[in-house]
Design a protein around this ligand. Structure first.
Ligand code: NOJ
Ligand code: CA
Length: 514
């Protein structure tokens, strides 16, 4: 038995299944495509994968509109394909998280179909309905994507229903015990199949004030889900946590808490010494921080200050399927390399987004190929596995354009080039595995200024120092004692003793010289 849960020392790799690898020629990645590429992830050295939704769905929000929580959409394969993928991942030592979407279903879900059929439907209260007149929505809440009203008028039954996202994504009513029970069963369905845990979509929104009051004026002009939460969610989370606890083996729940106040995010770990809500919570403010030493210092200080040192283990993320990739935001591969050292050198569980290990930029998506209602197509470009025709995908056009320089950045091309960014990620992941201090150690600033951040990680007698130059000029940093460069964004520096100077955009991991 390990002395800590696996997810504290793990690095999780997010797979957006549509974009990972297609095996049947429809241009859309599938579960078989993930299975075929598992060896790349083992070579890379990640510990777990999180697969974005692959459940039955009309794909209005590309899978985040679920019409059956307990089946695989034929586009992605079958339940047997999933079982095979899970078994093969486990046999390689990779854990598997899946994406659970509890706030809303698809309007095509049998539950909503039944609910909407009549006001007397036994499932009517599984969703959120309000009386009113057809021209005035019940409150000022806005939906994501459209930024219009979060309400749609249902002609047939002459009531409004609530949707924090598209009108095709009606919100479930978590005040109904029947909804709670049915959703708990969807968790059990996958837990019993052997998955290692869930990423939980907009989890902070499942509890709502039963009175559905207007959002405060200050935040009334932005989507409700981006600023608001309600106390009742915490109780619901304790209930969800107890379902995971029915199963052995350290199953984990990591929640998407899309709030921009780290203190509020941290509350979702729960109250007791061990935490009784989420095991992990995404903290998104750093994802929106500029590539700037001061901005990052502030983000790190906030995370350290707001997370309970024992009950709330932080997370770090630079890219995902909803935002511009950091390689694109930060503007150069040199910075993306330094950012990788930052991400994997902090205290907490890092989440990588497929393709960031290749330094992929967002695709440039011409207007006639935009398909996402939120305009997030660029970061969802397909992963190039090899140079040339098809790029390792089955024959046929991929659903989105390829990212820039797809041949040169493909997995195969980079694996042949020891200086490529994919090898930096691999060395970083190996360095973390080799060091308890990097995986779980304490965090302490050693030096910070406008250009560079330097911190120390320590666990028992294992010690590492991480130094990141955010600037495009050479800088001097102070590190007590003498050190060897265990890892560097600039490979030729590795193994030499550290002089105290960082080249432009250089980031290093140091270990004490013997
Ligand atoms: C957050 C997900 O990450 C995003 O992709 C999705 O559109 C919304 N939740 C709605 O489910
Ligand atoms: Ca396919």
């Amino acid at each position: 038995m390990s002395d800590h849960p696996w997810w504290q020392s793990a690095v999780v790799y997010q797979i957006y299944p549509r974009s990972f690898c297609d095996t049947n020629g429809d241009g859309i990645g599938d579960l078989e495509g993930i299975r075929k590429r598992l060896d790349h992830l083992v070579w890379l050295g990640v510990d777990a994968i999180w697969i974005s939704p692959f459940f039955r769905s009309p794909m209005k929000d590309f899978g985040y509109d679920v019409s059956d929580y307990c089946d695989v959409d034929p586009l992605f394969g079958t339940l047997d394909d999933f079982d095979r993928l899970l078994a093969e991942a486990h046999s390689r030592g990779l854990r598997v998280l899946i994406d659970w979407v509890p706030n809303h279903t698809s309007d095509q879900h049998a539950w909503f179909q039944e609910a909407r059929a009549s006001r007397e439907s036994a499932k009517r209260d599984w969703y959120v309905w309000r009386d009113g007149d057809a021209s005035t929505p019940p409150n000022n809440w806005r939906a994501a994507f459209t930024n219009g009203p979060a309400w749609t008028w249902d002609e047939q039954t002459a009531q409004w229903y609530l949707h924090l996202f598209l009108s095709e994504q009606p919100d479930l009513n978590w005040q109904s015990p029947a909804v709670v029970a049915a959703m708990h069963d969807t968790l059990r369905f996958w837990l019993a199949r052997g998955i290692d845990g869930f990423r939980m979509d907009v989890i902070h929104c499942i509890g709502k004030d039963p009175k559905l009051p207007d959002a405060p004026e200050a935040v009334a002009k932005i989507p409700y889900c981006a600023q608001n939460d309600h106390e009742s969610t915490h109780d619901l989370l304790r209930g969800i946590r107890s379902v995971l606890d029915e199963f052995d083996g350290d199953r984990v729940m990591v929640g998407e808490v899309y709030l921009f106040d780290t203190a509020r995010v941290a509350r979702y770990y729960g109250n007791t010494a061990k935490g009784d809500e989420l095991h992990l919570s995404f903290n998104f403010p750093p994802l929106y921080a500029a590539w700037d030493a001061g901005a990052w210092r502030a983000q790190i200080d906030r995370a350290v200050a707001e997370h309970d040192p024992i009950a709330a283990w932080p997370t770090w993320v630079l890219s995902n399927h909803d935002n511009k990739r950091h390689r694109t935001r930060y503007g150069s591969e040199a910075r993306a390399r330094a950012a990788a050292v930052l991400l994997l050198g902090l205290r907490g569980t890092p989440f990588l987004y497929a393709g960031e290990e290749l330094g992929l930029e967002d695709a440039v998506v011409p207007e006639d190929r935009v398909v996402d209602p939120g305009g997030r197509d660029g970061c969802r470009a397909p992963i190039p596995w090899q140079p040339g025709e098809g790029r390792g995908w089955a024959e046929g056009d991929a659903w989105l354009p390829w990212p820039p320089n797809a041949d040169r950045k493909s997995v195969a091309a980079q694996r042949d080039d020891p200086d490529a960014i994919v090898h930096l990620y691999r060395r970083l992941l190996a360095a973390r595995r080799a060091s308890p201090a990097l995986q779980r150690g304490s965090f302490e600033w050693l030096a910070t200024d406008d250009s560079a951040l330097v911190w120390q990680r320590r666990l028992a007698d294992d010690l590492r120092i991480v130094a990141v130059n955010f600037s495009g000029k050479e800088v001097e940093v102070e590190t007590p004692g003498s050190h060897r460069i265990a890892l560097s964004t600039h490979r030729d520096a590795e193994g030499s003793s550290f002089s105290g100077r960082l080249a432009p955009d250089q980031a290093v991991v140091l270990e004490p010289s013997a």
